[in-house]
Design a protein around this ligand. Structure first.
Ligand code: CTP
Length: 393
């Protein structure tokens, strides 16, 4: 983020105090911050603390003679590489969608042609309200990047989506919006992630413990390098990483069809834990009438192996994952040949990898095996994305 100028608009919400942490993170990454504090934001953080951390004057007033003389508000909005609205309250999103210019922050947002990243934080019901959903859709259609909030317990005691995303995720959003790195610009990468659900009947299904975290992190890391990423996601409740086009699917057959439609691609990274079997005849709801039912299973198509078949539509680089509890490397070596993949990332899932935040992987390629140390899934994702960028260079 070296040399990048961020104009940070701090809205009025309980999450506003986290904007201070964001200022530090941006500056640590080499960026500079010009803070703009709304009247609501000033109820939660003081101009003085923002100015001290940003080492920059804080702008608050639209019609301030001194400020206007130093730098007009129009110039202020243009002298930035990115406008970040954090927290973006329901009120601010509504004003942005309506095109209001009632204070300095909204005026800047209307007067700018610089990319805008909005980081929402609000009560779960406000986030889910039809008005907010419509405003978010309008803003996204206009090219504003509106991040998905985190899910969890809220300051008001309710639970659900609406929390300000973790600082690390906001930073990834900023990097993606700035397209700081362009090594994968112009490349299309398909990533599959998460589990699949295979219907037993209309109310029951077969599934697995995949959380989707590793696949989502990889999709985000690829987008952060400038790739166009199609993320084909099984049923998981994770926010879409910035810069990715997400296609939600349920079953292995849906996933296979979505991958097929997303081709051609320069690379395919199959991280999903695809259900190996589906129930042959998943008809009406099974009833308990004496003996337990017998489920006849049929094998699902192997998406990885299908994509890896040589031909004009084969991506240049096909990467598979292998979840192993023993003999990780030997199994992955065999799996690489069997499925025709270029690389297999062998995943030791004997611990609490599934659902956890750390991973120990081995990268199995044509020229041998690399053992990576245990590290956060975000780091595995970043390293893998960089390796993919090298390979496609
Ligand atoms: N895969 C796929 N389509 C399937 C099954 C698997 O694309 N129907 C992909 C996964 O996304 C992953 C790799 O193949 O990249 C995993 O292969 P798989 O044979 O399922 O291996 P494991 O899950 O490791 O299990 P096993 O070795 O028991 O087969």
């Amino acid at each position: 983020m070296h040399g990048k100028r961020i104009l940070l608009i701090v809205g009025g919400g309980i999450a506003a105090f986290k904007s201070l942490e964001l200022v530090r993170a941006i500056r640590r990454a080499g960026g500079s911050v010009t803070p703009v504090l709304t009247a609501g934001g000033a109820e939660f953080v003081t101009p003085l603390s923002l100015a001290a951390l940003a080492e920059h004057q804080v702008h608050t007033e639209l019609f301030d003679v001194t400020e206007e003389a130093a730098m007009g508000h129009i110039a202020l909005s243009r002298a930035a590489d990115l406008l970040v609205v954090c927290p973006a309250t329901a009120d601010l999103l509504a004003k942005m969608a309506a095109g209001l210019a009632s204070d300095l922050a909204t005026t800047l947002l209307l007067a700018t042609d610089t990319p805008v990243l909005a980081v929402p934080a609000m009560n779960v019901r406000m986030w889910g309200h039809a008005a907010t959903l419509a405003n978010v859709a309008t803003l996204r259609a206009r090219g504003v990047t509106v991040m998905e909030p985190d899910e969890g317990e809220m300051a008001c005691g309710e639970y659900g989506p609406g929390r300000l995303p973790e600082i690390e995720r906001i930073m990834a959003g900023i990097r993606a919006a700035l397209v700081v790195e362009t090594r994968l610009a112009g490349r299309h990468v398909i990533v599959t992630a998460g589990p699949t659900h295979e219907a037993i009947d209309p109310v029951r299904y077969l599934a697995n413990r995949s959380s989707g975290k590793q696949g989502f992190a990889i999709a985000g890391a690829l987008a952060a390098l400038g790739a166009r990423v199609t993320l084909v996601a099984g049923p998981v409740e994770l926010p879409t990483p910035p810069g990715c086009t997400r296609i939600d699917v349920v079953s292995a057959l849906d996933m296979a069809a979505a991958v097929e439609r997303a081709l051609p691609a320069d690379a395919a990274v199959m991280v999903a834990a695809v259900g190996d079997w589906r129930v042959e005849a998943a008809g009406s709801k099974l009833k308990k009438n004496g003996a337990p039912p017998t489920l006849a299973l049929v094998e699902n198509p192997d998406i990885l192996a299908t994509v890896a078949v040589p031909g004009p539509r084969r991506p240049r680089l096909v990467v598979g994952f292998a979840a192993e509890t023993e003999n990780a490397v030997a199994n992955a070596v065999a799996k690489r040949t069997r499925k025709g993949a270029d690389w297999i990332v062998a995943n030791d899932v004997s611990g609490d990898v599934m659902g956890g935040d750390r991973n120990t992987v081995h990268l199995v390629g044509a020229s041998g095996v690399e053992d990576w140390a245990e590290m956060p899934k975000a780091e595995v994702a970043r390293r893998l994305a960089l390796r993919i960028a090298d390979e496609l260079a």
